[in-house]
Design a protein around this ligand. Structure first.
Ligand SMILES: CCCCCCCCCCCCCCCCCCCC(=O)SCCNC(=O)CCNC(=O)[C@H](O)C(C)(C)COP(=O)(O)OP(=O)(O)OC[C@H]1O[C@@H](n2cnc3c(N)ncnc32)[C@H](O)[C@@H]1OP(=O)(O)O
Ligand SMILES: NC(=O)C1=CN([C@@H]2O[C@H](COP(=O)(O)OP(=O)(O)OC[C@H]3O[C@@H](n4cnc5c(N)ncnc54)[C@H](OP(=O)(O)O)[C@@H]3O)[C@@H](O)[C@H]2O)C=CC1
Length: 515
């Protein structure tokens, strides 16, 4: 019997960010392994015209939850969506709901965050710092609370090369930042943002670091732990391999490569691609929840959920396997044939962006205009290149994350728990994982039918022929222009033609002699 699964039985669990990528997988695993849990409270806001109930209905009726419905048929009754907007004071939670949360909650998993790299400092601080502070304040008023698990990121200290499982202080206190954002106007905030984030690449990593400081400062007597996942990718094993439902991290770029939009990237092939499957993160998170509540460590422990020091993969290997999978199982209606050129040189990057990305987009838009349609490819390409430029920081560096706490926890688990809540990335086969990831992107994210593969392959063949035809035409035009303008080119042309003629004549003569 799994001790961790048994621990969550009968518990009231509060999850923030339950509608997000990680939150959904966390809920799924909890319901599947501890169907006798009492209730999962989720803090949700209405979004995209959907009410809370509609959002929950959609999640529970998705493919991800198919297995849950078998083991926990009354899952609808065990999930309680509470209106909450983490941008508001007190999260806008009603008095009755707040009362229920305060009196019943046993465990909190705080997953909600803004993960956008380009968010304003004001919004990123509100969500990743102030909301964390407010949630901790709520937690401190919960008499039945056993553990508070905060999800951070391994990149919160990406300004360092070697990162230990400790909380590193930021130069300016989070409280000072929160206070000053209240009275500073947006223009001034934009001006001071680069100075505040310092040698971090964006507001996301900076505010996640501030969030950790807040957790440390407000921990009081609570049992708190911090989990730092690296780049979270599709599921490895559970509930099935390759599940993914958003474009964050590598997923968006995998699609861009498969559709032939992205054919070159500024990336260091030998740099460590510190990916971690989302089900691995969730297994560690649940194990940490159990350990923190039962063993009550004296201080706030930080757990690195990374792969690089135990089972490293690099971006070159990843790019190769992504392309190899698209060879076998291509995406539908690709713009160009998938191709990957990794370069570390700025000039080559600019050149490749102009020739491999912008020029084809302009030519395609010209074609759309000619055929009376609205041009759109240049806009798509500009957006993609902006996204890629924001990822460059992470794909051209390697970090070392120590994993003592994570390994210590692994050794504390029973063999059954090590199996049910497996977070040992040493067992991960990268080539198999990446192949499943790419397939998952096709099936679950793009919702493409596998029956369309022959047509997708046929389409790629047509693209190859167009490519050859286009290049030959381009070469002939360029050559014709050159011959018209340069005596030297004419001489070379004459030499090649006469050489070919002599060669053919020789062949004809020698074959006649043999007969
Ligand atoms: C040459 C071949 C290569 C072969 C493939 C090899 C793959 C290499 C992969 C390398 C990946 C490296 C990833 C490193 C990530 C480090 C992560 C650090 C870990 C964390 O803790 S945080 C979690 C990660 N967070 C993110 O990934 C968020 C990033 N997203 C953003 O910040 C914003 O969305 C972004 C990218 C700035 C775009 O903003 P904006 O222009 O305002 O656009 P929207 O968000 O409104 O979306 C518009 C449009 O773009 C689509 N979109 C969104 N995100 C992505 C994405 N990551 N990739 C591609 N496309 C994306 C979105 O769906 C919208 O489409 P529409 O059609 O609806 O307009
Ligand atoms: N994905 C990754 O690669 C990594 C993620 N992490 C961390 O993991 C955690 C989960 O990330 P992930 O699941 O990928 O992120 P998602 O962007 O998929 O999910 C974010 C969640 O936060 C919720 N949220 C955002 N703003 C609000 C708000 N104002 N009020 C209420 N809820 C809100 C979202 O709700 P809604 O659906 O309404 O928008 C969503 O449920 C985050 O803390 C992130 O920093 C760490 C490392 C890597």
């Amino acid at each position: 019997m799994s001790m961790i699964a048994a621990f969550y039985g009968g518990k009231s669990i509060l999850i923030t960010g339950a509608t997000g990528f990680m939150g959904k997988v966390l809920m799924e695993k909890l319901f599947r392994t501890s169907p006798d849990l009492k209730v999962i409270y989720i803090l949700v806001r209405p979004k995209a015209g959907q009410t809370l109930q509609q959002r929950v209905f959609q999640i529970l009726n998705s493919k991800l939850f198919e297995k849950v419905k078998e083991v926990c048929p009354n899952v609808h009754e065990k999930i309680r969506a509470i209106y909450a907007d983490l941008n508001q004071n007190d999260f806008g939670i009603s008095k009755e709901d707040m009362q229920e949360l305060l009196s019943c909650t046993n465990i909190i998993f705080h997953c909600a965050a803004t993960v956008r790299f380009d968010d304003t400092l004001r919004h990123a601080v509100q969500l990743n710092v102030t909301a964390t502070q407010q949630l901790l304040l709520m937690a401190s008023q919960m008499p039945k609370l056993e553990a508070f698990i905060h999800i951070s990121t391994a990149f919160s200290n990406c300004n360092l090369k070697h990162i230990d499982e400790v909380i590193y202080p930021c130069p300016v206190e989070p409280k000072k930042i929160i206070d000053s954002l209240e009275w500073l106007d947006d223009a001034i905030i934009d001006e001071i943002t680069p100075k505040l984030i310092g040698d971090r690449p964006n507001t996301y990593t900076y505010t996640k670091a501030l969030g950790e400081m807040v957790v440390q400062q407000e921990s009081g007597n609570m049992n708190i732990a911090i989990i730092r996942p690296s780049i979270v990718g599709a599921t490895w094993q559970e509930p099935f391999p390759g599940w993914v439902d958003n474009l964050n991290g590598p997923s968006g770029l995998i699609i861009a490569a498969g559709k032939g939009f992205l054919r070159a990237i500024k990336a260091t092939p030998m740099a460590v691609a510190d990916l971690i499957p989302v089900d691995t993160v969730v297994n560690l998170t649940l194990a940490v929840g159990w350990y923190t509540a039962v063993h009550r460590p004296k201080s706030t422990l930080v757990y690195h959920c990374t792969s690089g020091n135990l089972n490293p993969c690099n971006w070159g290997k990843m790019g190769f396997q992504v392309l190899a999978t698209f060879e076998k199982i291509p995406l539908e209606r690709a713009f160009r044939r998938p191709y990957a050129d990794f370069t570390t040189n700025n000039f080559t990057t600019q050149y490749r962006n102009a020739v491999s990305h912008r020029a084809p987009a302009i030519i395609y838009d010209f074609y759309l205009r000619l055929t009376g349609r609205k041009p759109r490819m240049t806009k798509v390409m500009n957006r993609l290149l902006r996204t890629v430029s924001m990822m460059e920081y992470f794909i051209n560096r390697s970090w070392e994350w120590s994993t003592y706490n994570t390994e210590m926890l692994m050794s504390e688990l029973s063999p059954e728990d090590q199996r049910v809540f497996n977070f040992d990335v040493r067992q991960l086969n990268w080539l198999e994982y990446i192949e499943n990831y790419v397939l998952g992107v096709k099936k679950y994210l793009l919702k493409e039918d596998m029956a369309g593969i022959p047509e997708a392959k046929q389409h790629l063949k047509r693209l190859r022929n167009i490519h050859y035809l286009f290049n030959t035409a381009l070469f002939l035009i360029a050559w014709r222009l050159l011959i018209a303008r340069s005596q030297m080119a004419r001489n070379v042309w004459f030499f090649i033609v006469s050489f070919c003629y002599k060669f053919l004549s020789y062949f004809r003569a020698s074959s006649t002699l043999k007969v």
